[in-house]
Design a protein around this ligand. Structure first.
Ligand code: UDP
Ligand code: MG
Length: 312
């Protein structure tokens, strides 16, 4: 019997890109005759005609399935839903904008079947077409997170990857609410082969990520995979205790020797500001972890389904 490959596609307002995308994946499905295909579209609460477009595909093509959310839950939630609903022996995650070239699938598949890799990931080696500041901060983020976390994060890694059922089941078993997939993929282990390619611009529509959204996402990534910031805040606190102790000794000595003329107001204010700032900063760090714990303990569902191709 032929093995089944599921292509999971998270779609948020992709009505323009989807027709191009669907054409490309049909092409690749025709080429890879050794496999059966399942196209699983996750409609992440799109406000445009994305769902209608998907339904149109589904009417004509038995391989198409979809899951539609009750609102926008974010790409992480959409990918999780896709993995949970996938039936394939092999599963791949792809963006709807053709920034993840479907043609690579053939090569990825040979690595999994012919060599004993469990996963083939892709990474962009260039960031052509991206604003330079964004690239700069992205690079910095990877440097920082790799210093802070034991789980390796590959710079430029995309979510586009082909995985075996076994690996996908491992990822599904991690049902945490604060999902940072790049970290989860490496956390589960398994043998991963990296394919490299140059950045490709999206075919249609526009990116859903603003700088601010990416910044928040970066902080989510750090808090999800490292507790080192907490250690750093402890160390800063400890250092300041030592400094203040030395200062107290110094002032006692100075007062004993030179008496106590009233002066030093500016320096006092500076110290208050600085210590206050550092305290708030460290409290902010703790707050980040606390808020993640809070959200995690509420145990809310990662996504809510409005309809699927099975019950439509
Ligand atoms: N996406 C999603 N939910 C969101 C934002 C994005 O499902 O809230 C999907 C989007 O439709 C696309 C993929 O995630 O298929 C990548 O999004 P985008 O191209 O905007 O990100 P970029 O490639 O710029 O990182
Ligand atoms: Mg994109």
């Amino acid at each position: 019997m032929k093995k089944l490959l599921t292509i999971v596609v998270a779609c948020y307002n992709e009505e323009d890109a989807l027709p191009y995308f669907y054409k490309e994946i049909r092409k690749i499905a025709r080429k890879m005759k050794e496999l059966d295909f399942e196209f699983l579209f996750i409609n992440d609460g799109s406000s445009d005609k994305t769902l209608e477009v998907i339904k149109k595909f589904q009417k004509k093509d038995k391989r198409v399935r979809y899951v539609s959310f009750s609102r926008n839950f974010g790409k992480e939630a959409a990918m999780y839903a896709g993995l949970e609903h996938s039936k394939g022996d092999y599963i791949t995650l792809m963006d709807a904008d053709l920034q993840d070239p479907p043609a690579l699938l053939e090569e990825m598949y040979t690595y999994i079947t012919q060599e004993d890799y469990d996963c083939v990931g892709t990474r962009r080696v260039t960031r052509k077409g991206e604003p330079p500041i964004r690239s700069f901060f992205a690079r910095m983020f990877y440097k920082i997170i790799n210093k802070l976390s034991k789980v390796e994060m590959v710079d430029g890694a995309r979510d586009y990857r082909l995985m075996t059922r076994q690996m996908v089941d491992a990822i599904i078993s991690m049902s945490e609410y604060n999902r940072y997939s790049k970290g989860l993929f490496s956390f589960v282990g398994f043998k991963t082969k990296w394919l490299e390619y140059e950045n490709i611009n999206r075919v249609a529509g526009e990116t859903k990520w603003s700088f601010w959204k990416l910044f928040i996402y970066a902080i989510d990534g750090i808090t999800a995979f490292s507790t080192i910031p907490l250690v750093i805040s402890t160390i800063i606190g400890f250092l300041f205790c030592i400094i203040s102790f030395i200062m107290i000794l110094f002032i006692i000595g100075k007062t004993l020797i030179y008496g106590d003329p009233v002066s030093g107001w500016p320096s006092t204010v500076c110290i208050i500001f600085m210590v206050g700032g550092i305290q708030l900063f460290c409290m902010g760090i703790i707050g980040q972890y606390l808020s993640k714990t809070y959200l995690e303990t509420k145990n809310r569902p990662i996504y809510i389904i409005k309809e699927t191709s099975e019950n439509a």
